[in-house]
Structure formats: structure tokens, C-alpha cells
Write a protein that binds this ligand. Structure first.
Ligand code: AMP
Ligand code: MG
Length: 405
């Protein structure tokens, strides 16, 4: 049996980041940057006031209170026309450019106004106080965001401030999804006693969307060659085809055979993991094909382990999703066998603030009701010894898609 790590490496070896496309900055949230964003200007473009108050010369404030003559006003968006001479002050507002000769801002709360005179009563008069220097935030040419970063609301703000109305992001990977099975019906269709609702296609499409890809749901192929051949033709143009079902013993040959008929080069792997032992991977011409198990939980867990990194790679993401975190066990666990286990678990906080992962007592790979409620998967390596409550364990958090703020 192949290890999860080895299977992941073999799969990832086939993929490289997709080409970039230019999109409006207002649509860039959640996309992955394909070319770095550098500052197209300096911010602020000149020294500006950080407060509402008076622009002054620090040298005039050696002794407080100080009386200065107000010679004008500068607001944000206007260029100061007057020079500030010794003994003078200028009314100034946040974001306004400092007039020539001014080097310090005193805040209005520390001043009294008497006609043309301002009396600086108190407060700090350090040189440069409340002045934002030219390029304080960033300078022309500075790198703001490196390529490979998934753009958050904060990144989008920075790119816009660096004067980019559009950015180059990786094209969304197109993920074709095919469900197989004679027993499957779409949700809402009439259900006979032997029917099962087809949830995998919908689950995988949602997951692809959450990971930044574009799902192409090819629907359900019945368990016969003609239908499978027809369905496979529908995957043309995708960056990868993901199939579910038709992979357990007895049915194994159907999807595999259909792919081989079309000339696919295939590996069929038994992976040392639970849930989801059988996984198929190969290439149908230029189209990579990933065959996942039909059991809904196995399909979701194997997609999390093998499809999500593929999407990350196609997107050219530099920070990986799906890195394990650490938690304490909320229940004792028996020694593990040779398969890496992914136990569905809830997460809570202990009294000391540490994360506690409590596995559900039932770990049936067909139970969607449990994985839907789970917060994480507890990772049990092959041959892990028995573990006690409170022992540390690796977990794979399930919450959250690609979007943050
Ligand atoms: P198979 O690998 O085709 O033998 O499927 C294994 C189990 O998963 C069977 O109980 C199937 O009914 C179930 N199954 C297969 N495909 C789906 C699907 N798309 N949605 C929900 N259950 C499925
Ligand atoms: Mg089947």
C-alpha cells in the first residue's frame, strides 16, 4: 500500500501553476496573485498631517504657552501655497500636505484660538510630531504583495492604494466532477427503495469552489460503458477530472476500463489510509484523472488530501492550505494498524485554552451526518501506539474555505 504522502507527491508532480489573467481589483478577493503588486506611487506622496490642528515649526514651541499668527488653512486635496515663517502657524486638517517651513503638527485640542492668533497651551512639541513623512506607508517600486498570495480584503486594499485598478491572478482551475452509480438520483428526484441521493458531486463542487477552483459538474454516469464513455468526453478542456464511485471491488473495472478504452495511462493505488483506501490516478491524454471512492465521507476526505493540494498547485499558491495543527485528545484511542486514520472530531477549548479534539465514537465512512458536524480530522499515523486523553495529536482543521478578511 502507498502512503498518503507518497501518493500526494506523485499526484502533485503532474501539475504546474496555470496562466494568469487580468481582473478588476474589485473582483480580486479570494484570487491568487500571479504577478507581484509593486507600488506605482509613494504613499503619502508628500509629508502630510496625521491630525487636525496647526502646522508649526517645532523651534517656535521651545516654551509653552506659545503665541503664533495663523496665516492660512490647508485641507487634504489642496496644495499649500504659502510658506510658514518663524512665529507663524497654519490651520491644517488630517491628510493635508505640510506647507513649506512647517515641520510639526500640534493637535487642536492643545490650542486656543483668538482671531488671527493661536495659543499653543500644552502637549508634546517634539519635532515631526503627528507628521507622516513622504513614503511613510510605501515608496514607489516597493513590493506590496508577492505572487502566490491568496488575496484577502486587506491585500485588495493595499493593491488599490498602490494604484492598481486591476491585478494579474491565476486562472481558476477547472475541475470536472463525475459521479458514477446506477443507484444514484439527484437531490429532489423521486426516490425508489434502492436509490441513494447523489451527494458527492455537489460536495466536491462546493469544496472546489471553496478552494478557489471552478467546478464543472458532469452529473451522474450509470454503471455501463456507453454512459461512462459519453461522460468522459464531457471532461475535455478541464484541468483535472475527478470521479467518485465505481472503485470498490467488483465495480473497480468499470471506470478504470472506460478510461483505458479511451487510452488513459492509469495507476490504481491502494493507499494506506482510512477512510478511502482505493484511489486511482492517471492521465487521459493531457487530462489528469483522479478517481475517488464513492462513500461520501471517503470521497470528502480523499478530496481534502489529494484534490485540495492540486488546486493549490494549479493556483500557484505559496502558502499551503491543509497543514496540520496540533490539539489534545478528548478521548483515549487504541493503537493504530498500518493505515493512516483520519478520525472525524469536534474541537473545543480546554480550561487552559488548549485545543481539544474529540473523535466521534462512530467512524463509519458512509456517515455524512458526522463529518458535516466535525470541525477537524484527527490524524493517526500508521502503527501509532495507544493514546490517552490529553495526549497531543496532529489534526487537519476542516473549517473555512479560502476566504478570510
Ligand atoms: P462504489 O464505489 O460505486 O461502490 O460506491 C461506494 C458507496 O458509495 C456505495 O454505497 C454508493 O451508493 C455510494 N456512493 C457512490 N457514489 C455516490 C455519490 N455520488 N453520492 C453518494 N453516495 C455515493
Ligand atoms: Mg457504484
Amino acid at each position: 500500500m502507498l502512503s498518503v504522502a507518497e501518493a500526494t507527491q506523485r499526484i502533485l508532480g503532474v501539475f504546474a501553476p496555470l496562466t494568469g489573467e487580468v481582473i478588476g481589483i474589485d473582483r480580486a478577493l479570494g484570487r491568487v496573485l500571479a504577478a507581484p503588486v509593486t507600488a506605482r506611487l509613494s504613499q503619502p506622496p508628500a509629508a502630510v498631517s496625521a491630525m487636525d490642528g496647526y502646522a508649526v515649526r517645532a523651534a517656535d514651541l521651545a516654551k509653552l504657552p506659545a503665541r503664533l499668527t495663523v496665516t492660512g488653512t490647508v485641507a487634504a486635496g489642496t496644495m499649500p501655497t504659502l510658506t510658514l515663517n518663524p512665529g507663524q502657524a497654519m490651520r491644517i486638517f488630517t491628510g493635508a500636505i505640510l506647507p513649506q517651513g512647517a515641520d510639526t503638527i500640534v493637535i487642536q485640542e492643545n490650542c486656543d484660538r483668538d482671531g488671527e492668533i493661536v495659543i499653543v497651551r500644552e502637549g508634546s512639541t517634539t519635532l515631526g510630531q503627528h507628521v507622516r513623512a513622504e513614503g511613510n506607508d510605501f515608496r514607489l517600486g516597493d513590493i506590496g504583495i508577492a505572487a502566490g498570495r491568496l488575496l484577502s480584503a486587506r491585500d485588495v486594499a493595499l493593491a488599490a492604494a498602490m494604484n492598481w485598478p486591476s491585478v494579474t491572478v491565476t486562472r481558476r482551475p477547472r475541475i470536472a466532477i463525475l459521479s458514477t452509480g446506477d443507484e444514484l438520483q439527484h437531490p429532489g428526484e423521486p426516490m425508489g427503495p434502492a436509490h441513494i441521493v447523489a451527494s458527492n458531486g455537489i460536495a466536491l463542487a462546493a469544496m472546489v469552489t471553496a478552494c478557489g477552483g471552478e467546478p464543472i459538474n458532469l452529473g451522474i454516469a450509470r454503471d455501463n460503458m456507453a454512459d461512462l464513455h459519453r461522460a468522459l468526453d464531457g471532461a475535455r478542456g478541464a484541468d483535472i477530472l475527478v470521479t467518485t464511485g465505481g472503485a470498490s471491488v467488483g465495480e473497480l473495472d468499470l471506470i478504470q476500463q472506460a478510461l483505458k478504452d479511451k487510452g488513459a495511462k492509469l495507476d490504481f493505488w491502494k493507499i494506506a489510509m482510512r477512510p478511502g483506501k482505493p484511489v486511482m490516478f492517471g492521465e487521459l491524454g493531457a487530462l489528469p484523472v483522479l478517481g475517488l471512492p464513492g462513500n461520501p465521507v471517503s470521497a470528502l476526505v480523499t478530496a481534502t488530501l489529494f484534490l485540495r493540494p492540486v488546486i493549490d498547485r494549479l493556483l500557484g499558491r505559496t502558502s499551503e492550505t491543509g497543514s496540520p495543527a496540533v490539539a489534545r485528545l478528548g478521548a483515549a484511542l487504541k493503537a493504530n494498524d498500518q493505515r493512516q486514520d483520519y478520525l472525524r472530531a469536534t474541537l473545543t477549548r480546554g480550561t487552559d485554552g488548549s485545543l481539544i479534539a474529540s473523535p466521534f465514537p462512530k467512524q463509519d465512512s458512509a456517515m455524512l451526518s458526522l463529518i458535516a458536524r466535525a470541525d477537524a480530522l484527527i490524524i493517526r499515523p500508521p502503527h501509532a501506539p495507544a493514546a490517552e486523553v490529553g495526549d497531543t495529536t496532529d489534526i487537519l482543521p476542516l473549517s473555512g474555505g479560502c476566504l478570510g478578511i
